[in-house]
Design a protein around this ligand. Structure first.
Ligand code: KIV
Ligand code: NA
Length: 263
């Protein structure tokens, strides 16, 4: 199979085929997800919670993301490898670039940063220096202490308009993709229609160009409270391969997310 690239993701979007993304933290799962046809493997800073037992993503370091990124890159063949930049690692364009270099050298093909218009200069700085960037808007978990918890975002007209303006600014600055987390379905659709770059939703409705889930949630092994947007794809399956394939199938045929997973 051919390598997943920014042009190939844009081609999927143009063809109306949904993009599949899952978080992945090691080589064995990377190989499994890759052979199940998952297009993008995200080394999410969620690893601080699901792998290391922290109660938020804030303690995660660049070296930890780099370690897991290298493992995922070794295990995957054609999937795009997307690495999260952790809390505090992109406060200035220069520090963002220096930290992104570590993740790219570990095997990432793109990095993801959380936040709106304040990151436009950083996105430009990175993309000018050959670091592709995925934005992340809506519920941004690194801001949990400012948001006052893991809450749905963009529910007011004001905040919805702000999110749309942020998305356009980040796209104009060179972002290649955007993750939309925990926003109303209608806003997920509006942002998707507004943008040329693909939107990847998690709790952002079925109209996004693609979907992402944390792998532990998909496999039903995360002991924490189950978020509304989570579906346990192990239900009715007898292997992890089958569960991951069922996720890919459900995203591709539009049956996931269903109404009960949306806001
Ligand atoms: O860290 C993560 O797992 C993420 C996804 C939920 C998008 O950023
Ligand atoms: Na993340």
């Amino acid at each position: 199979t051919k390598a997943v690239t920014i042009p190939s993701l844009n081609a999927l979007r143009a063809a109306g085929e949904k993009i599949t993304m899952l978080t992945c933290y090691d080589a064995s799962f990377a190989a499994l997800m890759d052979r199940c046809g998952v297009e993008v493997l995200l080394i999410g800073d969620s690893l601080g919670m699901v792998c290391n037992g922290h109660s938020s993503t804030l303690p995660v370091t660049v070296d930890e993301i780099a370690y897991h990124t290298a493992a995922v890159a070794r295990g995957s063949k054609s999937a795009m490898v997307l690495a999260d930049m952790p809390f505090g690692s992109y406060a200035t364009p220069e520090s963002a670039f220096n930290n992104a270099v570590k993740l790219m050298q570990a095997g990432a093909h793109m990095v993801k940063i959380e936040g709106g218009a304040w990151l436009a200069d950083t996105v430009r700085f990175l993309t000018d220096r050959a670091v592709p960037v995925c934005a992340h808007l809506g519920l941004t978990p690194q801001s949990v202490h400012q948001l006052g918890g893991y809450k749905v975002q963009g529910k007011t007209t004001e905040s919805a308009d702000l999110l749309k303006a942020d998305a356009l600014k980040l796209q104009a600055a060179g972002a290649a993709m955007v993750v939309l987390e925990a926003i109303p379905t209608q806003l997920g659709k509006e942002v998707t229609d507004l943008l040329a770059m693909p939107t990847i939703g998690i709790g952002a409705g079925p109209d996004c160009a693609g979907q992402v889930l944390v792998m532990h949630d998909l496999l039903g092994v995360f002991p924490g409270r189950k978020a509304r947007f989570v579906k346990n794809f192990m239900d009715g399956q007898t292997s992890i391969d089958a569960a991951v394939s069922a996720y890919v199938q459900a995203v591709k045929d539009g049956s996931f997310p269903a109404i009960e997973h949306c806001f």
